[in-house]
Design a binder for this molecule. Structure first.
Ligand SMILES: [Zn+2]
Length: 535
């Protein structure tokens, strides 16, 4: 029956034409090149080397393939530091790989600004594909990047539209985004997407969004707004997201929404079936899927070859001998007692700023540098970000609020868990230079006990200088909002917190950071419980 109908349609010249298009998306590679952990050198199913193999395999199955990326591509790994600061003569490694793989577009991410706007523009010049952001404006409201790009695949006119989280200014140093403004994603999409349909005659509109899913009840200017985009901007056919480093495979109003984790730990794919009717292509089916590199996934030889020289330079840098440590640096205990690792960070920050006090975040639970000879690699892992150190002036009352904010991240002492589940480790700050205890039997907001400076109780009107990361100063972790600080820093270091730390460990033949031992929790968190329960 079908057979006869087909013949009839051909006879009448009405047979609908069909196209099958595959769109493959990566995100948040953060410079991960190889299938291994940079600091521990342990094998891992991640990085451009493995994800490139998946890309080539998928493209072989369907030649009508478009490749897109959702940003945070240019910063994150020591290769990025070495390339931008020590070896700017070498090509940007991720861009070289994306050129070789034939990427069609990349949305600009917040971390792509971290080495400065000039470094971002340099990468953009090297790319044989556009950097997109429909909601980023330069001086006089001019677009800072193209909003979209039109590509033809299998005779179908595809518009790729890029968006960037509007929270960039609080996520990078102010100088990196001087003169730029970031609009709400939905506001930008609402004016643009209908225009792509009507004026640009796009058959397909695909959004590349450096922003997480967010919620339907989200507000204008929210950091994560992909779901609001799907809900409130008609005319999108698929949304590739990033920024929150999640595995996401969902849909809203029939629009596939995907996110491919981070570091090349996944590849997102959307398969679209289109049918041509009266000269127009119409999507008749769309499905999203996530693919993951496995142990058996080979490393792509071209990725290895393209990055060989930079990787060798980076290894030479990371293997530079540093100080001879007199004590183990073990981060597991840094949220429960004063530790040598935190003492080292505080010492570096106070020395660089001459501040009376220092606030620093705990470096997670996995950092371990045994005493003895060390290398740059080990300390790089302790401070992998590009934030700098600032000195601010605050009152005794604000200092107490700062510590109360840090104390919110602990559970009640009688609860089975030690820490609030939603609190990331990098939001737990400890402060050195004052004595205090955190009473975990009290509700959040009234946990700080016995706050003292040089043996005397701190008074609310007392004035202090405090060293802290510029990430905190820009609002990271909500500390500045919690203490009601909106002033300027008295001083900001010229180099990153990591480089300050490296200066210290490279210049001292031996190092023995001694904890001040001036803070504690009540009751003491015991190590056995931390071992079994810590995230
Ligand atoms: Zn990221």
């Amino acid at each position: 029956m079908r057979h006869w109908l087909g013949i009839l349609l051909i006879t009448l010249g009405l047979q609908a034409q069909e196209a099958r298009i595959q769109i493959l998306g990566t995100t948040d590679l953060h410079g991960h090149l190889l299938a291994q952990e940079t600091f521990t050198l342990q094998p891992a199913n991640q990085g451009w080397a493995k994800v490139a193999t998946l890309i080539r395999q998928q493209r072989a199955l369907n030649p009508n393939t478009l490749l897109v990326d959702c940003g945070d591509t240019l910063q994150g790994e020591p290769v990025n530091y070495v390339r931008n600061v020590l070896r700017p003569d070498l090509p940007e490694p991720s861009i070289a790989i994306m050129n070789a793989l034939g990427y069609a577009a990349m949305a600009v991410g917040n971390h792509d600004y971290d080495f400065g706007l000039e470094a971002l523009r340099d990468a953009e010049r090297q790319a044989r594909f556009p950097f997109l952001s429909a909601n980023t404006q330069g001086p006089k409201g001019k677009p800072a990047f193209p909003a979209y790009s039109i590509v033809m695949v299998a005779g179908v006119r595809v518009a790729l539209v890029g968006f960037t989280t509007p929270r960039v200014p609080v996520m990078t140093e102010p100088g990196n985004v001087a003169g730029l403004t970031f609009q709400d994603l939905v506001a930008a999409g609402r004016t643009l997407v209908p225009r792509l349909r009507e004026k640009e005659k796009a058959d397909l509109v695909i959004a590349l969004v450096h922003s997480g899913l967010g919620t339907l009840g989200g507000r204008e200017g929210d950091e994560n707004a992909a779901l609001r985009l799907a809900d409130q901007v008609p005319g999108l056919d698929a949304i590739f997201t990033g920024h929150t480093h999640q595995a996401l495979q969902t849909e809203h109003k029939g629009i596939p929404i995907l996110q491919a984790l981070s570091f090349g730990r996944a590849l997102a794919a959307v398969d679209l079936v289109l049918r041509q009717e009266k000269g127009h292509w119409r999507v008749v089916a769309s499905t999203g899927r996530l693919l993951r590199p496995e142990d058996a996934t080979a490393s792509d030889p071209e990725v290895l070859a393209l990055t060989l020289e930079l990787r060798a330079a980076t290894d030479r840098y990371l293997d530079t001998a540093a100080t001879n440590l007199q004590v183990d640096l073990d981060s597991r205990w840094s949220r429960m007692e004063d530790t040598p690792v935190m003492a080292l960070l505080h010492q570096v920050q106070r020395q660089a700023t001459s501040a009376q006090l220092s606030a620093a975040a705990c470096p997670g639970t996995k950092l371990y540098i045994p005493k003895g000879p060390t290398s740059v690699r080990q300390f790089y892992a302790l401070a992998p970000y590009e934030s700098r150190v600032a000195r601010i002036r605050l009152t005794g009352a604000q200092l107490k609020l700062y510590l109360e904010h840090a104390a919110r991240h602990y559970a009640y002492s009688w609860e089975p868990e030690l820490y609030q589940r939603e609190s990331p480790f990098y939001d737990f700050d400890t402060v050195e230079g004052v004595g205090y205890a955190l009473d975990l039997g009290q509700p959040a907001g009234s946990r700080v006990r016995n706050l003292s400076y040089q043996g005397r109780p701190v008074t609310p009107e007392q004035s202090f200088t405090l060293a802290l990361s510029t990430y905190r100063l820009r609002g990271g972790g909500g500390y500045m909002a919690a203490i009601g600080f909106s002033g300027e820093a008295e001083q900001v270091t010229r180099v990153s917190q990591r480089n300050l730390l490296l200066e210290q460990v490279l210049s001292r033949p031996t190092l023995n950071p001694v904890p001040a031992g001036t803070w504690r929790t009540i009751p003491y968190l015991d190590r056995e419980r931390v071992m079994t329960l810590a995230k």
